[in-house]
Design a protein around this ligand. Sequence first.
Ligand SMILES: Cc1cc2nc3c(=O)[nH]c(=O)nc-3n(C[C@H](O)[C@H](O)[C@H](O)COP(=O)(O)OP(=O)(O)OC[C@H]3O[C@@H](n4cnc5c(N)ncnc54)[C@H](O)[C@@H]3O)c2cc1C
Length: 381
Amino acid sequence: MEFGFTEEQRMLRESIRRFMKNECTREYIRDSSENERFPIELYDNMVKQGWMGIPFPEKYGGAGMGPVELAIFLEEASYAWYAAGVSYFTTVILGGYNILTYGTESQREYFLPRIISGKCKLSFALSEPNVGSDAASVELFAAEDGDHFILNGTKMFITCAHVADYIITVTRTRRDAARKHDGITIFLVDAKSPGLEIRPLKQMGRAATHTNEVTFKNVRVPGENIMGKLNEGWANLNKGLGIERLSVAMMYAGTSQAIIDYAAGYAKERIQFGKPISKFQAIQHKFADMQIKADVARLLSYRVAWMLKEGLPCFKEMSIAKLYASEAIFAIANEGVQIMGGYGVMKEYDMELFFRDSRIGMIGAGSSEIQRTIIAKQMGL
Ligand SMILES: Cc1cc2nc3c(=O)[nH]c(=O)nc-3n(C[C@H](O)[C@H](O)[C@H](O)COP(=O)(O)OP(=O)(O)OC[C@H]3O[C@@H](n4cnc5c(N)ncnc54)[C@H](O)[C@@H]3O)c2cc1C
């Protein structure tokens, strides 16, 4: 069993770490978060480094790398700042990787080079006001009209839709199907289409890459923008899940380590009872538990990356990684606040931002309850 990285992977990690350290300054992070501003400068500079192409084949202009390199990128990016990971993930994985996996060849040829060169940003719209965990109950309706479809309905909590050029939109195209999973069709929708409105939502954390309500009123979409096959979208949705869950788990693992390092820096400086609080056994034990959680999250995530690279089935393992890493980051941030005492909840310090950003992981990309249900089912229960 091999736990290490190749020389190329080590060099990739180093260059991402150096780049992110320069880009994600404390001032930039605070300013973007407080002003709910998408980090466009960071995004454009990531494009210039060629990193948007990591998971895409060379024939589309990509770097032809695999899940392990993608995991390295997301871990390092999210160590620097969670939003570096999210802004990348939304376009490259939820957008581009889904196009690569089940888009048509002409969609791949059109979109992937544009994603890699930074000309096209995407978001992914599945959730609706009445459709959350029960994702197959999607209601937004696409009615056939000659060689076009007319979309009516509302999508909810759509990350980065306000900066997207195209929105991958999951719709219902048949209401009379025997099973709710049938009659689902996925479209690439131009975000500037007449009748499409985007309303930014105010949320507790992750404000720099916030979510949006997206309303469709008679939005006309060409039939050629269907991804995969008419009425057969559900099977395709599940194809992108491995990389999606690996990506979010890896982001949580990266940010978890950043939280620990930040708290450790504080604990070594903060003097009480005549010595740094890091010398108190009660505080040391908190750090030990935090580090164990971060390490387990990281190892579970790299296990999924390796299984995906080897082409092994990993439906259970990807849910385990996502579930564990999302609960770990919140537990770590919670202890981080405790270690910093009153300063932990003050806006002048980064811990309160870590704390707010970390809470969302247990809800988005399939809640903890849903992940536990999937794991139990995979165990044959
Ligand atoms: C910050 C953020 C970003 C997001 N980004 C996107 C995005 O880009 N695109 C997108 O399409 N969606 C996005 N979402 C939506 C996300 O996928 C949903 O929030 C998630 O699927 C849960 O749906 P819900 O919020 O409607 O909760 P509900 O499904 O209403 O669930 C409420 C509670 O009930 C529990 N529950 C529901 N069903 C069961 C069950 N069968 N058994 C046990 N417990 C159950 C849930 O676990 C949860 O605790 C985002 C959400 C957030 C918070």
